[in-house]
Design a protein around this ligand. Structure first.
Ligand code: HAS
Ligand code: CU1
Length: 546
């Protein structure tokens, strides 16, 4: 049997579901973009079962932000943990069980979504209420992703037994931190659903405490964005330097960045709740300061990754201060998609600073600026990177040659251009006070000014360009899977520029885990004690979208 056949199969099934979710989810994007532009197709679509803008928006958010990412990440990391440790999974059946639980959960959640019973948007804020099985379905997806993480951890433990004292290879190391971060931070949403939402949606209790629910949601909701981002960083650090023809500038710095994400990702969720009542300004300020701290590992990443790309560009003959950029392998789809993703992400990160600044947040909170921000981050930094990864991963998994390298490169550039137009429109609309989660075309009739017009057009046109990019991606993927030409594509693994000895403090979980738990207790303990001591099972469920 060929090496890693089981792991490849597991990764392949995850990736298949992920791509389906991406493609179905993005079908709703252009509808929203066109609506913002003033072309409302929703009444015409009722006959095919799409009842409203809000149903489409929920499907878009859940399928693209939650399902595409989670399935891709669990599949991708399962494969690279096994490959970088150079051993098969210790319990492949655990990974299969994990996948099955995730699929069952997805189907359970999909039914009420498609029937317009769960149009609660991807943040599912109570007191908006969906049927209980919707929440149970989402819980199963999370539980399945935990099991996937356990399978990676048990494999690593087995490896460690056989390699006492050895430093864990970078790709496995970074993947494990990502999965452990996920295990810790999902305790928030798990308790929200199991303790508050399920009893309430089952009718066992008459009401829900909306503020406590939101706080538990953001306990998970913020680190969720790093659960999305870190697999992209894994590729940028651990694979891209190789694809660029160079080496990783500093492995020590890369490892430090991952530990800092473990430490700092969770205790900052209140930056989503700066305007929420019932939470003290002092604690919001603490979370704001810690948010600025988590900016730091991304700055380290920018420095390290650009230095690695420069190393590649110079190794390929590049000269001058910036001219080495021309020598990078822009004819490689995987490289191009990921590098364009990085450039877009840098602007998303800068916008994140605006969001995180306690007082400036008041200007942008709940406006179209926020979807502008997250289409640059999760919608491009992450998604376009994952697409770039698929350009080598699908050939690696199937043994088929990537079809249409030029089409794939065009796909990445079309995305880049479409996203710049689209997200610039959303940012500008936000600064003009256009609300998010709102039919802007309709809202414009009521209070939108003439200065909304151009950015609304940008959103519609940019959205359509992005849709063309997704279509190109689908064609490339389909043609690749059906390709008669075969090719053996190896997983790119970057080497460090200098043979660095990894110091013990960068290879030891204990201090970082203790620090993580302590910081979470400090930043969330008093808030949760206060909210729980004042709990009120007060609000009934609302269905406002029908
Ligand atoms: Fe965010 C809201 C703050 C990063 C996603 N964020 C959101 C929401 C989402 C999201 C989905 O403080 C909306 C949630 C909702 O529905 O309500 N965000 C930040 C900050 C960062 C940040 C400070 N966000 C992300 C990432 C996301 C993401 C990553 C997904 C993956 N965000 C906020 C705040 C809110 C928020 C508030 C709440 C707003 C509100 O009021 O509701 C930082 O972590 C960003 C750091 C990143 C950088 C960029 C570094 C650049 C790199 C690339 C370098 C390479 C280059 C290539 C340039 C500093 C690493 C060079 C190429 C060559 C060829 C040479
Ligand atoms: Cu956040």
């Amino acid at each position: 049997m060929n090496a890693f056949a089981v792991e490849k199969k597991i990764a392949g099934w995850h990736v298949l579901v992920a791509i389906l979710a991406l493609v179905v989810g993005t079908l709703f994007g252009p509808l929203q973009g066109l609506e913002h532009m003033g072309i409302n197709l929703y009444p015409a679509l009722q006959s095919v079962g799409l009842q409203s803008y809000y149903q489409g928006l929920t499907l878009h958010g859940v399928l693209n932000a939650l399902v595409w990412t989670t399935f891709f990440i669990t599949g991708f990391l399962t494969l690279i943990v096994a490959k970088s440790l150079n051993r098969g999974l210790a319990f492949p059946k655990l990974s299969w069980a994990a996948f099955s639980v995730m699929v069952v959960g997805l189907l359970m959640a999909a039914v009420p979504l498609l029937l317009n019973l769960a149009s609660v948007l991807y943040t599912m804020y109570p007191p908006l209420q969906a049927p209980w099985y919707y929440y149970l379905g989402l819980t199963l997806v999370v539980v399945g992703s935990w099991m996937s993480g356990w399978s990676m951890l048990t494999t690593w433990w087995a490896w460690r037994k056989d390699n006492k004292g050895a430093t864990t290879p970078f790709l496995a190391f970074a993947s494990l931190i990502t999965m452990v971060l996920w295990q810790i931070c999902t305790l928030g949403i798990a308790s929200e659903i199991l303790v508050l939402i399920l009893p309430w949606s089952l009718g066992l209790v008459g009401g829900i405490d909306a503020q406590l629910s939101r706080t538990l949601f953001w306990f998970t909701g913020h680190p969720l964005v790093y659960f999305w981002l870190l697999p992209a960083y894994i590729s940028w650090y651990g694979m891209m330097p190789k694809q660029a023809g160079g080496k990783l500038f500093s492995e020590q710095l890369a490892r430090l960045a991952f530990w800092l994400f473990l430490l700092l990702s969770t205790p900052i969720g209140l930056h989503h709740q700066f305007v929420d009542p019932g939470l003290s300004a002092g604690w919001k300020y603490v979370h704001a300061v810690l948010t600025f701290a988590v900016f730091f590992p991304s700055l380290l990443t920018a420095f390290n990754v650009i230095a690695s790309l420069e190393n590649g560009g110079r190794a390929r003959g590049g000269k001058g201060l910036l001219m080495w950029i021309r020598n990078l392998p822009w004819n490689e789809p995987s490289f191009t998609a990921q590098t364009l993703a990085m450039i877009i992400f840098a602007f998303g990160g800068i916008g994140g600073m605006v969001n995180a600044s306690y007082d400036v947040n008041l200007v942008v909170h709940n406006t179209a600026w926020i979807p502008g921000h997250f289409h640059l981050t999760v919608g491009s930094g992450v998604t376009l990177t994952f697409i770039g990864v698929l350009y080598w991963l699908v050939p690696h998994l199937t043994g088929k040659k990537l079809w249409g390298a030029k089409a794939a490169i065009a796909q990445a550039w079309v995305w880049f251009v479409g996203m710049i137009i689209f997200s610039n429109g959303l940012h500008r609309l936000g600064l003009l006070d256009a609300p998010r989660r709102t039919m802007l075309g309709v809202a414009n009739d009521n209070y939108g000014a003439a200065d909304w017009l151009f950015p609304r057009l940008q959103v519609g046109i940019g959205g359509m360009i992005l849709f063309v990019s997704v279509l190109l991606f689908v064609v490339v993927m389909l043609k690749t899977v059906l390709n008669k030409q075969t090719e053996t594509v190896e997983m790119p693994v970057a080497e460090p520029l200098h043979q660095e000895t990894i110091p013990a403090w960068l290879n030891n979980w204990q201090p970082w885990l203790v620090g993580t738990v302590v910081l979470i207790l400090v930043a969330y303990g008093p808030i949760l004690i206060q909210l729980i001591s004042q709990i009120q099972f007060f609000s009934p469920g609302f269905v406002v979208w029908k």
